[in-house]
Design a protein around this ligand. Structure first.
Ligand SMILES: *Cc1c(COP(=O)(O)O)cnc(C)c1O
Length: 428
């Protein structure tokens, strides 16, 4: 009863993200009343196991005690303060801690409040840093099949046509170079990159990429060797490197940050999503002293300064949550623990490949994916609906089914997911 009223009121007033709203004529919205750990609970107390970490943000479960405690404690002291001219302890601590986990070149943190905004920050900073040195470079270089968010700058460097096509007349000038589709074959892609660089190299500010895994681009896992080589080539033209680790950062790739596996230190590292464990919106671009110094000038050159801001830049509660997330990483030795967890999940998922509809099984760190070969229209939606019946929140990307759970998932829960996927894949 309560559910129905909420559904009606919701549709009267709320326009949902990434949704053709007419779908909700047939597909019921699910009001969630509460959550704990791996599970969301609706108003009839039915549970849904959050296999997508609520859009890849949740790392340690819902209503996590450590994070909740840190946020509550912060709440009674200072909820937010303007970050221009003022500062606060949680953001200082967080910035120090983030930098201490990164290559020593990355020293300066610029905050925003969502992933797309921090991509905008990195793009603007890169363009501006050339301008401050008397150079005008007007292009960005990105990978085919990339996803960097949905504000106009972020859409420009992205390449998922579902999100981009409509807005193409509005977008920035951007070059795209082919991305490898597996970790071991990349010589053609390097050749294409060389051609682009030969023609445009000196006009490109930055090369932006999602290291190791293009998540929204159907979980394309393309490996570190291409990245290392591509970055080397870009450096020959003094092109800056932006790593978008918004999705793969904070342990998703298997290491704390994917840059560790790539053995590359980018000029800009973009982080968001997992940074607050899925509690509050926060993002950060971490860059080098060298770039920071191109903006550092007497006030009379005000156009040299980076005059970008968001009202909620560096929100105190979000920083408190992020510090609690780092506490959990430290005390629970999470990266180490995840190695065993990841290989357990990989082994379980391998059993799904007995079904001929399952293709291209792949994983990297705490991300697992495969493609379903089926003639069914909107197979992803079918899997989503069937998943709900078994109490699973799965949300495939087209025909790519992925599993990206919070790191607290148990072996029993993993086996439950795999057993139910088996059944769903029989009928998809
Ligand atoms: C989610 C995502 C973004 C955009 O972040 P929002 O907070 O949704 O704006 C950018 N890049 C990558 C790789 C992402 O996965």
């Amino acid at each position: 009863m309560q559910t129905q009223i909420l559904q009606q009121l919701d549709l009267a007033h709320i326009w949902h993200p990434c949704t053709q709203m007419s779908d909700h004529e047939n597909i019921p919205l699910i009001p969630i009343k509460r959550a704990k750990g791996m599970y969301l609970y609706d108003f009839d107390d039915r549970s849904y196991m959050d296999c997508v970490s609520s859009w890849w943000v949740n790392l340690f479960g819902h209503c996590n005690e450590t994070i909740s405690y840190a946020v509550k404690k912060q709440l009674d002291n200072l909820e937010h303060v303007i970050l221009a001219g003022f500062t606060h302890e949680p953001i200082i601590t967080l910035s120090q801690r983030l930098c201490s986990l990164l290559p020593p070149m990355l020293t300066k943190c610029f905050y925003a409040d969502n992933g797309s905004s921090c991509i905008e920050v990195a793009l603007k900073m890169s363009f501006h840093s050339f301008r401050n040195r008397g150079q005008e470079r007007k292009y960005f270089l990105a990978l085919n099949n990339a996803y960097h968010g949905e504000t106009l700058g972020a859409l420009s460097v992205g390449d998922v046509s579902l999100y981009k096509q409509t807005y193409s007349p509005l977008l920035l000038q951007c070059l795209h170079t082919p991305v490898p589709h597996n970790p071991y074959e990349y010589s053609n892609e390097i050749e294409s990159l060389k051609q682009i660089l030969k023609q445009y190299g000196k006009q490109i500010c930055a090369f932006i990429l999602e290291p190791l895994i293009q998540c929204a681009g159907n979980m394309n896992m393309y490996g570190k060797d291409y990245i290392k080589k591509a970055v080397e080539l870009c450096r020959e033209y003094e092109i800056q490197i932006i790593f978008d680790e918004i999705a793969v950062g904070f342990g998703r790739s298997g290491s704390m940050f994917a840059l560790e596996q790539c053995e590359v230190c980018p000029d800009y590292l973009c982080l968001s999503k997992g940074i607050t464990g899925g509690y509050l919106p926060l993002s950060v671009v971490i860059t080098t002293d060298a770039i920071y110094n191109t903006f550092y000038a007497p006030y009379k050159d005000i156009q040299k300064a980076f005059l970008h801001s968001h009202s909620y830049t560096g929100n105190t509660l979000a920083c408190a949550a992020a510090n609690a997330v780092l506490d959990i990483f430290e005390t629970n030795n999470v990266i180490e623990q995840n190695i065993a967890l990841s290989s357990f999940i990989a082994t379980q998922f391998k059993s799904l490949t007995a079904n001929p509809k399952v293709a291209n099984m792949r994983y990297c760190g705490m991300i697992f994916a495969f493609d379903v070969i089926t003639d069914r229209e909107r197979a992803g939606l079918f899997v989503f609906m069937e998943g709900l019946k078994s109490g699973l929140l799965l949300r495939p990307l087209g025909n790519t089914i992925y599993f990206m759970p919070p790191y607290i998932i148990t072996h029993d829960e993993i086996c439950y997911v795999v057993e139910n996927l088996k059944t769903i894949l029989e009928i998809v």
